[in-house]
Design a protein around this ligand. Structure first.
Ligand code: PBG
Length: 323
């Protein structure tokens, strides 16, 4: 049917007509809020590159967790900034490590909130790399052992789900095997399956103090021009036992999100990363854009592309706006 018999504008005339026709619904149900945790007391420090985001010490974290729960956000993702860094990132798998303590503190105030932990070494290593360097390169297989120890120690502390973000080959299988052996076969893995080597992580690296001291992450994170390769990454992670696969970043990779959902029909997360957040904050601070409108538009687009859930620093704002 074509014009003049058919007029698409007929169903756009009023808000109620538009509501009836609306295909994609943004909901608080599908949001995951990332949080940064630091040692010490009475710390709630705004991250200079990410206005509106904070680093919390454990005491301050507790009240933050209550608010997040009251807003109806179902899950948080924890990043830890340890007091000490070393060559192998040992605080990442220490029983009294910052993340392990943050998980316990969270569980004291909320048993329902889903606690997801980032499994990576870059925040914990003195060199800032996601794995163990050997002869100037990140050594894949020796890193796997440490990563599975990190995941195990987080789960022992009470994490409900682990999210490996290092992009080593075989990490999902290594973590799955270790968790199963230790009696945690019920704990899901959300794998950062297609994680690109992106300039959009800039503000995060300041927030997490995780910028590499030498070199970069190009030898393990994906090359942005590639799309077929992302499908191979996702296929491998599913084969290795990932329960949820992730595409990261989100906004500049909507095609990857769309392909991933169409080709695999698997639970899919998209990470609306720090650079995507900070760009909007900066433009909004100058009154160049309408922040709320743009955030809702972008997050809806990420869902429309095919994401089932979104990790976003806007989760708190969105929960409030949608309430
Ligand atoms: C690695 C990790 C990074 C992010 C999440 N997990 C940083 C990186 O790979 O350099 C980026 C998140 C963001 O930019 O919001 N631990």
């Amino acid at each position: 049917m074509f014009y003049p018999k058919y007029r698409l504008r007929r169903l756009r005339r009023t808000e109620n007509l538009r509501r009836l026709i609306r295909e994609t619904q943004l909901s608080v149900d599908h949001l995951i809020y990332p949080l940064f945790v630091v040692p010490g007391k009475d710390r709630r420090e705004e991250i200079s590159t990410m206005p509106g985001c904070y680093r919390f010490s454990l005491d301050k974290l507790r009240s933050e967790i209550k608010e997040i729960e009251d807003l109806g956000i179902p899950a948080v993702l924890f990043f830890g900034i340890p007091s000490q860094k070393d060559e192998v990132g040992s605080e990442a798998y220490a029983d009294k490590g910052i993340i392990q303590e943050a998980i316990r503190a969270t569980k004291e105030v909320s048993s329902d909130l889903i606690v997801i932990t980032d499994v990576c070494l870059c925040e914990y290593t003195s060199h800032g790399h996601c794995g163990i360097p050997k002869n100037g390169e990140i050594d894949n297989d020796s890193t796997l052992e440490i990563l599975s120890s990190v995941a195990l120690s987080q789960v022992r502390a009470g994490a409900d789900m682990v999210a490996p973000s290092d992009m080593m080959d075989g990490r999902v299988a290594a973590i799955r095997e270790r968790l199963d052996e230790e009696g945690y076969s019920h704990i899901p893995i959300m794998s950062y399956a297609a994680k690109y080597c992106s300039g959009f992580y800039g503000p995060f690296r300041e927030a997490a103090e995780s910028a590499p001291r030498f070199g970069d992450r190009r030898s393990h994170q994906m090359d942005p021009p590639n799309s077929d390769e992302a499908m191979r990454e996702i296929a491998q992670d599913i084969e290795e036992g990932a329960d949820i696969v992730m595409v990261k970043p989100a906004l500049a990779y909507l095609d990857i999100i769309y392909r991933a959902k169409s080709e695999f029909g698997y639970p899919l997360a998209a990470y609306n990363v720090s650079g995507e957040y900070s760009m909007i904050k900066a433009a909004a601070a100058k009154n160049w854009i309408d922040e709320k409108r743009i955030v809702l538009e972008i997050l809806t687009s990420i869902k429309r592309a095919g994401a089932d859930m979104i990790l976003t620093y806007f989760a708190r704002d969105v929960a409030r706006w949608l309430a």
